[in-house]
Design a binder for this molecule. Sequence first.
Ligand code: PHE
Length: 355
Amino acid sequence: MKQQLQRLQEEFIASLATIDSEASLKQLESDYLGKKGKLKAILAGVKDLSIEDKKTVGVAANEMKKDFMIKLANKAWEIELAAFAQVESDEAIDVTIGYPSENLGHKHPISHTTELLEDIFISLGFKIEDGPQVEDELHNFDKLNIPHNHPARDVWDTFWISDDVNKNKDIWERLLLRTHTSPVQIRTMMSQELPIKIIVPGRVFRYEQEDARHTCNFYQLEGLVVGEGVTFGDLKWTLDTVMKQLLGEKTELRFRPSIFPFTEPSAEVDVSCQICNWSGEAKGKKCSMCSWTGWVELLGSGMVHPTVLEWCGIDSKKYSGFAFWMGIDRIAAQRFGVSSSRMFYQNKLKLNEQF
Ligand code: PHE
C-alpha cells in the first residue's frame, strides 16, 4: 500500500505540472482528493491491514493529503497571477504612442517675443527675475520715489484690490495689481548682492481706456543694472544692441528726455517704426502704429535715482545703475507687423496662427 501511495504521489505531481487553468485544477483536485478520488480508493484497503500498518499508512496518507492540498493551493495562486499578468498586458496603454500632430497649437506671439528677448539678454549676461502680480503699495510706489498723494501716481492708473482686503492695512501695505514691473527692481536691490544685472519679463495692469496702443493688461520687460561705474553710455549701448538684434541692424533708436520719479536723468526711447518702415505711411494711409511719425515709443529708461539706491541700502556715492522697460506687446506688434497690439488679446486664432 505504501508503494501505491508513492506512485499516487508521483502521478499527482506529474499531472499537476501540466495544469494551466482553474477548471482543470478543480478537476485534478476532485480526481485525487474527492469523495470518489484516487486517495480514497487506496485508503479503502486500509481496513485489511494490521493494526501497526494501519497506523503508519494512516499517518502517511494524511501527510500526503496535506501535501496535495498545499501544492494545489500554490498552483491556484500561480494560475491567478498568470491571469493578472495576462490582463495587464492585454489592457496596457502605450503612452508613448504618437498623438495626431494637427491642431496642437503653438506659442502666442507675446510668449514668443518674450523668449526672443530673454535669449538676447541672457547672451549679454543678464539673469531673469520674477515678482508678484498682486503687489503692495510700498514696492509698487513708495520705494520707487512715488509717495502717497504725489501727483506722479496718476500716471499709473491703478487697479486696487477690493476694499474688504485693504481696509485694515497700513497705507504702504495696501494691495494692488502691479502697474509696472519696476517693483521687482526694489525687491532685487533689497535682497541681492551687487553687481545686479537682471531682466524681469511680466504682466502688468492699468485701469486704462483701450486703443490701438493701450490695453488694460499688457507685458513689460524691466531691466536693471547696478554696480560700480555704470553709466548712461552703458544704457544706450545695451538698448541699441538689443533692439538691433531683435528687429534688424537697420533699426534706429531715439532718446528723448523724460521724467520718471525713480530714474534721473530719464529718457523715453523711440524705435524706428517697422510697420511703415520709418516713413509714417503704410499702404498709402497714415500708419496707426506710429501715428504718422515713423517712431514708436517702445522703451523707457534712466539712471537709477540715488534716493532709490539709498532706500534699498545701496551706497549711491560708490554705486550707480541704469533701469529700463520695454513694452513686449508693442515689440511683438513691430516684429510681426501687426498694426495694433490689442489684437493679441482678442482670441483671434486666425491672427495668432500666422506667426
Ligand atoms: N516702470 C515705468 C512705467 O511702467 C517705466 C520705467 C522702467 C522707466 C524703468 C524707467 C526705468 O511707466
